[in-house]
Design a protein around this ligand. Sequence first.
Ligand SMILES: Cc1ncc(COP(=O)(O)O)c(C=O)c1O
Ligand SMILES: [Zn+2]
Length: 389
Amino acid sequence: MRQLLCKKTVVLRCAQCGREYSYEFRLRCERCGGPVDPVYSLGAVQLVESANPFERFFDLLPLENVPDTIDWPTGNTPCVRSDALAAARRFGELYIKDESGLPTGTTKDRMAACVLAQFAELGIESFVASSTGNSSTAFAFAARRLGTIDVHLFCGVDFVGRHADCVGDNVHLHVVQGDYVDASHAARDFALARGITAEGGFFNAARREALKLAYLEAFDEMPAAPDVVVQAVSSGMGIYGAYRGMREYMALGRLARMPRIVCVQQASCAPMLHAFRESSSAIEPHHVVPNPKGIAAAILRGDPTQTYPYIYRIVRETNGTIVAVDEAQIREAWDLLLRYEGIDADYAAAASLAGAIALRASGAIAESERVLVNVTGGRRTAGNRRDVA
Ligand SMILES: Cc1ncc(COP(=O)(O)O)c(C=O)c1O
Ligand SMILES: [Zn+2]
């Protein structure tokens, strides 16, 4: 480990009841089960000029040292102003944050590097995770590169194709009969039975904090704060991290105002939208989508009961919204990204643009507004490649 850049203080604060904990690996609040957010001493934050995101944003990350083992790209993705695309769909100003160039092709490479760096600091040598494919692919890549940590990845049988790159001496793939939710339960049981760390998904703060960096990078490049930010959601960990980052950047004077947060789901799997339309702050059984299907495979999470309340809160607070887009809208957005920006997007990532287009068409996003769309990934990930069924 390299030496500390500065002596920072990090406490963990429950997003639900406010209880504070000293910095440690903790997924949930002991008192109420809420997620715990790292809170930094913002008055002492210094962002340094560095091409290494862990160095540049170190003071805003839940790490005690800048990791010196992460020797692959984990950020600095392009944020482009797309005037042609904006003109085609009547946006005033449209910015695309393109996460597809990261090593496994998605924004999840940011979180895998941060989670593994934190586990290394804490002496955690093996862990269990589950995903619809992109997170696990990123974990597998990072674990292979480090070679020092054992990872057990769980997936539902329909998602095996999306885990084709989850191989390696220290990478173990477990296939479960059932969907994503069944896989995550199997992962939890396995972790308990073996006494291995369950990495926690949305509830792992290192994941959320790493994902926020895509937004902080974009804000640093944009000439002014966006009015609206748009991202496809599954658990919502990415957009929740972004919200925390936006609060921090506002406090630091680096972001002028809080943008409206727009979450996008695929219409065939839109439990958050169902709940949001009823102004429900929780997922009820009738919102859940069993065995969801759709082209935006990365966001096919039919039951976000555990995470939705926190997403509902930030969407309401920022005067944002949740929308759903159908397959035709996703394909159209995918085509636009390829044609105008040369981005071969993950369908989940294309859904973000499709959602922005739908809101612009309905007038919910005005022409005068500056919009930032997070294109969270490309189709390089195994399960997204054309050659994989
Ligand atoms: C490409 C891509 N975009 C968006 C998401 C949404 O993830 P979450 O809402 O859990 O941050 C995922 C999740 O796997 C993804 O792979
Ligand atoms: Zn609490």
